[in-house]
Design a protein around this ligand. Structure first.
Ligand SMILES: [Zn+2]
Length: 141
């Protein structure tokens, strides 16, 4: 699976079983999972199905004001849950098939996955504290 480094944007080959082992970028050595990642569709499905870490996905679009306002909150959350919860951003304009497949009707929508299954979703830009509670629930469940 190829994950583009969210820091330097170079593609890194990461075997799925290594996502829980604090994967670092081969180019800039920063933690790959300390910022939101934007995988291609193939890597997205592999992560959702086989990741041993819980995943939170932000379905967004470039034209959506609330999505843009929410972006720094989501980014900060990725930093504070680095290597613990994988934060993924899906641009629904770039990947309409993913938006369709997961039945995304409004954006932003956050969808959580654990052990290959969707466990929870919420629509709307959550304030920081609510996002933290949402993710804390994901970690313990
Ligand atoms: Zn890098």
């Amino acid at each position: 699976m190829i994950i583009s480094c969210p820091h330097c944007h170079k593609g890194n080959r990461v075997p799925i079983e290594r996502v829980s082992q604090k994967p670092a970028c081969g180019v800039c050595s920063k933690d790959l999972l300390s910022l939101p990642i934007s995988p291609g569709e193939e890597a997205f499905h592999e992560l959702i199905k086989h990741s041993s870490l819980p995943i939170i996905v932000d379905f967004w679009a470039p034209w959506c004001g609330p999505c843009k306002m929410f972006a720094p909150t989501f980014q900060a959350s990725a930093g504070s849950h680095a290597n613990q919860v994988i934060h993924i951003k899906v641009d629904t304009e770039l990947h309409p098939s993913l938006g369709g497949q997961f039945n995304i009707r409004s954006i932003p929508t956050l969808v959580c996955f654990k052990n290959g299954k969707e466990v929870e979703r919420v629509s709307g830009a959550l304030p920081q504290q609510q996002l933290k509670q949402f993710i804390d629930r994901l970690i313990v469940r």
